[in-house]
Design a protein around this ligand. Sequence first.
Ligand SMILES: Nc1ncnc2c1ncn2[C@@H]1O[C@H](COP(=O)(O)OP(=O)(O)O)[C@@H](O)[C@H]1O
Ligand SMILES: [Mg+2]
Length: 401
Amino acid sequence: MTDKHTVLFIGRGQTYDDLKLYLQNLKEIELHHEDVAAVEEMKNGHSDILMIEYAKNHENTCGLLEELCARYPDCILLLMAPQKPGPEQLMQYMKCGVRDIVTPDDNLEAFLQKAVALIHRRSEAGRPGAGRLGRVLCFFSSKGGVGKTFLAVSAGRVLGQSPERRTVLVDFDLQFGDMDLYLDANSPRTIGELFEEVRNNGDRLSDFILDSHVHPVTPTLHLLSAPLSPEKAESIQSGSVVQLIKALKKRYDFVVLDAGGVLNDIALAAFDKADRIFLVVNGEIASIKNAGQTFQLLKKLNYDETRIDFVVNAVSETFPLDEGTLMKILTRKPVARIPASARVRESINQGYNLVLKKPEDPAVRGIREFCGKIAADFNVRLDLRDRPSGFWGRLFKAGAA
Ligand SMILES: Nc1ncnc2c1ncn2[C@@H]1O[C@H](COP(=O)(O)OP(=O)(O)O)[C@@H](O)[C@H]1O
Ligand SMILES: [Mg+2]
């Protein structure tokens, strides 16, 4: 059985009649016509789509849209404008929560089909078990240089290879994050600007703000990079971090966080929302000791210990501890051991994608195995082959050089 969806049209009677004609074959859409005053009578969640015909002037329209969007956050807001808005107006409409705009020059039918697709997509996402997986993986170590950024980025690259899965990397090493360097991605719009816009938007994180700040590394791997200068990290609050992760969970299958190296409010907020916290250690005794201490501290802070795992990175023959001593310090077996490889540094310095360019590299194999465990853990099917095939594969290959 098809679910019914309601479109509430606010505007002229003539336009309403046109709309009715277009929608007559779409039995799952129920169209209603109201004037602006009748909106007052609406109950929350009454409609799936609010379709607004441009009111008298731009300012009035923005005021109305803002009000509607705040009052009915679950509705999809569409605007019919008499002419193409300029870039600034467009920006304002988007900030008011408008998802799409149609003008008389546009093809109304195509626009309506898009609107219907939007409702369908939303109702898909609303079904239990459907929509994005929203799994949050967090990499942390209080010791610098152990490989958390390398692991987060590489895991993101492997997870982001599956065409049907969307992955976002978020750099919460707010002062000195360098995920963008690892990905050779230059994005002027960072997490700093994102939070600034959220503040200017009455603390509302809209899809538009989110989409305009993530950088598409590939179609299925996006990046939200750290602020370009360390002082911009100062104003970021842990509450905003929670709000951001919640929003990302709805839009991505995997949200991979580089939580940096400081155990502060930001890192704890990331831990709060994380499905897995990976404490990264390398062959330095100090990193192993610190990770053991962090684990104990997180347990004291009542973090569910089943969500915490150790990952040993850069494992070589010169690894300083035997298995027994490692277990004594960490108190549990690491979930993964990633071999050391000279190519890791080379790939970072030369800006190439190690995962794709050197799939046979031992460190890359280790990362793929690690991602296989993550997938099994979450009971998710992933494409973990060396090289993805088909359209996405070609795109990845094109981006690998
Ligand atoms: N598996 C590995 N094998 C060899 N070198 C590695 C490996 N992982 C990381 N490195 C090296 O360690 C350095 C620090 O890694 P990075 O991920 O930036 O650490 P962190 O984010 O913990 O500060 C990198 O520049 C890289 O050269
Ligand atoms: Mg780092």
